[in-house]
Design a protein around this ligand. Structure first.
Ligand SMILES: Cc1cc2nc3c(=O)[nH]c(=O)nc-3n(C[C@H](O)[C@H](O)[C@H](O)COP(=O)(O)OP(=O)(O)OC[C@H]3O[C@@H](n4cnc5c(N)ncnc54)[C@H](O)[C@@H]3O)c2cc1C
Length: 386
């Protein structure tokens, strides 16, 4: 068992870390203040990141992506956690794995432009009446001679204002669900309001409405009726990367700030880091972040070996998200009043962390998955020695 990173991995992590520190960190406060980023700056960071080969790292190299292994991607995603969601989307892209099902003409129309960053995509599964129960959607597509007609609505769709097209789940039978690529601008397709959130400032989360939207046959992604399986399978790695690894990155960034504040801030003629109750908050955070990080790496390694990592990713989702929540909560405490004050970013990290336990499957849903698996397959499922 080798836990070390090779030289290439260290260089790659270093390149991402430096890009974030030099190009993205200086933009964070402006986005927090204004809630947006002008198009020219967004384009500039996109171009710079692309020139360094940092755009669409998760996509195959022969299609223009980074071609990284799952583990290498995870190492980069952990660094992405050090900055805001919005800047990550603009600089490094957000090409969802289900798009790899594109075939024939679909490659040129949807997949490749997403990989080069010419077109941005979002994923639209959740509806006002169907969140955790993603199979309970009402949006439906009816087959016609010309293709399909789409009706229904979605909400909370991240990056919807920036996106040129959407991966939309829709019922194509009583129980069957299919995925469609739906271009913005099609007749009957409207983007509704930007639903204001507690955190993730800058990233728009929108409603979508489909009123008899005509879709050509090529809009169907993958096989008819296989959309749920396709989305759930491919989104597993998204969950590991964008939630698990980023939560670890965010928690370690907050931990760094906490440690340096505890080493500098003086009360009662001592550094506050000399007080045992503060030390406990630091120690617990270090232990939990370290555990979460190795869980993330192990799940990525399993995917690279072609192993089924569904249960591991469910565990990562719960543990990394909840670790982040505990670490930022302790950070607010260690920073005292300054932790609550908007002059420092700690309160922003606290707000941003809360969603990790909710999106991409709530902690409750993932605990249910883990419990069902362990009841069915036995505790040996999680014992690497068996
Ligand atoms: C900021 C943000 C960004 C998002 N981005 C996207 C996006 O880009 N695309 C997209 O499609 N969706 C997106 N979502 C939606 C997100 O995935 C859902 O909010 C999430 O799946 C939970 O669904 P819900 O909000 O409807 O909650 P509900 O499903 O209504 O859950 C409410 C509560 O009930 C609990 N619960 C539900 N069922 C069970 C059960 N069987 N057992 C135990 N407890 C249960 C939940 O755990 C939760 O505590 C986003 C949401 C937010 C807030």
């Amino acid at each position: 068992m080798d836990f070390s990173l090779n030289d290439e991995q260290k260089m790659m992590v270093d390149a991402v870390r430096r890009f974030i520190a030099d190009e993205l960190k200086p933009l964070e406060n402006g986005i927090e203040d204004t809630g947006t980023l002008d198009k020219r700056t967004a384009q500039a960071i996109h171009e710079k990141s692309k020139a360094l080969g940092l755009y669409a790292l998760n996509m195959p190299a022969d299609l223009g992506g980074g071609g990284l292994s799952k583990l290498d991607r995870i190492l980069c995603e952990e660094q992405f956690g050090h900055t805001s969601d919005y800047l990550v989307r603009r600089a490094f892209g957000n090409v969802y794995e289900p798009l790899l099902e594109c075939k024939g003409d679909q490659l040129e129309r949807w997949l490749k432009p997403a990989i080069t960053g010419q077109r941005t995509c979002a994923i639209a599964i959740t509806e006002p009446g169907a969140g955790s129960d993603a199979q309970g959607i009402k949006t439906h597509a009816k087959k016609t001679d010309a293709g399909w007609v789409l009706n229904g609505s979605k909400h909370f769709i991240s990056d919807g204002l920036w996106s040129d097209f959407f991966l939309v789940s829709a019922k194509t039978g009583d129980k069957a669900i299919s995925m469609f690529m739906v271009d913005k601008g099609l007749p009957g397709f409207t983007v509704g309001k930007d639903q204001k959130m507690m955190g993730l400032r800058g990233t728009p989360h929108v409603e979508l409405f489909f009123d008899n939207v005509p879709l050509e046959p090529a809009a169907l992604l993958g096989e008819e009726g296989q959309g749920f399986k396709l989305a759930m399978g491919a989104l597993n790695v998204v969950r590991l990367a964008q939630v698990g690894a980023r939560a670890v990155g965010k928690a370690s960034h907050v931990l760094e700030l906490m440690v340096s504040y505890a080493s500098e801030r003086q009360q009662f003629n001592s550094k506050i880091g000399d007080f045992q109750m503060v030390q406990q908050m630091l120690a617990d955070s270090v232990i939990e972040v370290n555990a979460a990080r190795w869980m993330v790496y192990q799940a990525a390694w399993m995917l690279d070996q072609g192993l089924d990592a569904r249960e591991q990713i469910a565990m990562v989702k719960v543990h990394a998200a909840e670790t982040l929540g505990r670490v930022v909560d302790r950070a607010v405490q260690v920073f005292g009043g300054m932790g609550f004050c908007k002059e420092l970013p700690i309160e922003r990290y606290y707000r941003d962390a809360r969603i990790y336990r909710i999106f991409d499957g709530t902690s409750e849903i993932h605990r249910t998955v883990i419990a069902k698996s362990v009841m069915k397959k036995g505790a040996a499922l999680f014992d690497v020695n068996r």
